[in-house]
Design a protein around this ligand. Structure first.
Ligand SMILES: NC(=O)c1ccc[n+]([C@@H]2O[C@H](COP(=O)([O-])OP(=O)(O)OC[C@H]3O[C@@H](n4cnc5c(N)ncnc54)[C@H](O)[C@@H]3O)[C@@H](O)[C@H]2O)c1
Length: 392
């Protein structure tokens, strides 16, 4: 593969283009007008300049990468010579389906068509094409040039050759690939992270703790890099809300979208980008006091993360090792949920889920059959020699 075309040159698309150009691809960026493309081109130039300034790449490499990038508003023309097309347009299934049809009609027969969607169905996009075996999810994290993880998502009809080609590509880009074996909504990272975020929202919604207390516990007790509310503000509450709705549509009561987001989005308070979300960013980054960390029981977060992880393994979406890698590289968690659960003890975590299920009667706390099965067999974690992993 030598030529890549990126459709949609926004936050993600321009970063993916930069990464591919650095790896030696001839890159064409496509968007709806020249103005957006100019902005994308300048953003890449700025980012490469930063890499040079920090001595992470020599100036000649930055220059050569820039010379490999062109822009085009004509999608059909831009994909006509591509070996790889990466779609990174707005998260809207009708738009993506329409573009996959056009990409399929105009791209060479050998070209792989990938989507960077965070939450939509790869299979539905593939169904618009005459090459479903060559359609795949290639889920980069923001910003693509810095984040180490890429989820490679199999649609129902994605071929082994396409997955192999994407594994090779992701390694060539210097990133770590994780294969998501089934086209499930949220893939791995957004499923497990979503469960944890929803739990944080739910505790505040029920008035059991303040967001500062939850965030203090998340950061200082669980050791996550950001508080849940802080992270939501950084991702953008509109994005969180949209993804939340897609997850709720797919999983029903197990992944109910939080009403806390709805009201803030309706008020136009979308987080860091608008200056206000859960926190007021106009006065700087939130200052979360260490002293508040004792009030919220982080065991609740571990319990829901373990439950969601067990569901992924039960449904054969991914292996424990891949889930751990994905969560550490995709979110900066100090430990993967399987390693963590094995250390804490699956029996205790199962007990916590049962206690929460009894207290609230909510579906999200109903223990995964896999977790029940493991604990039933005495596979309670590291101490027992077997949990998600086998020890010694
Ligand atoms: N932002 C993130 O953190 C993140 C992370 C991983 C994946 N994603 C996914 O990446 C995709 C893009 O997200 P983003 O954050 O870069 O969005 P964005 O809004 O920054 O960029 C989307 C771009 O698509 C362009 N576009 C819209 N319709 C188009 C069309 N018909 N033809 C060509 N271009 C068109 C828009 O003009 C815009 O420049 C989404 O599917 C999103 O779910 C986003």
């Amino acid at each position: 593969m030598e030529r890549a075309t990126i459709i949609g040159a926004g936050t993600m698309g321009h970063g993916i283009g930069e990464l591919l150009a650095l790896a030696g691809f001839q890159v064409t960026l496509v968007d709806i007008n020249e103005e957006v493309l100019k902005k994308a081109y300048e953003s890449i130039q700025w980012s490469l300049g930063k890499f040079v300034e920090k001595r992470r790449i020599p100036e000649e490499d930055a220059k050569a990468a820039m010379e490999r990038i062109t822009t085009n508003v004509n999608l059909k023309e831009a994909v006509s010579t591509a070996d790889l097309v990466v779609e990174a347009v707005t998260e809207n299934i009708d738009l993506k389906k329409r573009l996959f049809k056009q990409m399929d009609e105009a791209a060479p027969a050998h070209a792989i068509l990938a989507s960077n969607t965070s939450s939509l169905s790869i299979t539905e996009m593939a169904d618009q094409t005459k090459r479903p075996g060559k359609v795949v999810g290639l889920h980069f994290f923001n910003p693509p040039v810095l984040m180490a993880l890429v989820e490679i998502v199999r649609g129902d009809r994605t071929s082994d050759e396409t997955v192999e080609a994407m594994l090779e590509l992701v390694k060539k880009l210097g990133k770590t690939p994780v294969v998501v074996r089934k086209d499930v909504r949220g893939f791995i990272v957004n499923r497990v992270l979503g469960a944890v975020m929803n739990e944080a929202f739910s505790v505040v919604e029920k008035g059991e703790a303040t967001m500062e207390e939850v965030d203090a516990a998340v950061k200082y007790k669980a050791g996550f890099p950001l508080g849940a509310f802080e992270l939501a503000d950084m991702i953008g509450l509109d994005v969180m809300y949209e993804v939340g709705k897609i997850m709720e549509a797919a999983y029903g009561d197990v992944a109910k979208a939080s009403p806390l987001l709805e009201s803030l989005v309706a008020e136009g308070n979308l987080g860091q980008k608008t200056g206000k979300g859960f926190y007021n960013w106009k006065v700087g980054r939130p200052r979360i006091s260490f002293r508040l960390a004792g009030k919220f029981d982080v065991q609740r977060l571990y319990a829901v993360a373990t439950n969601e992880t067990a569901r992924l393994i039960h449904d054969d979406v991914a292996e424990p090792q891949d889930i751990d890698t994905a969560m550490k590289l995709g979110t900066g968690w100090p430990q993967g949920p399987c390693e963590q659960a094995d250390k804490l003890g699956l029996d205790g975590l199962l007990g916590k889920l049962k206690e929460l299920h009894e207290r609230y009667g909510e579906e999200v706390y109903r223990p995964s059959p896999l977790l029940e099965e493991y604990v039933g067999k005495g596979w309670t974690g590291k101490g027992a020699g077997r949990g998600f992993y086998t020890y010694g």
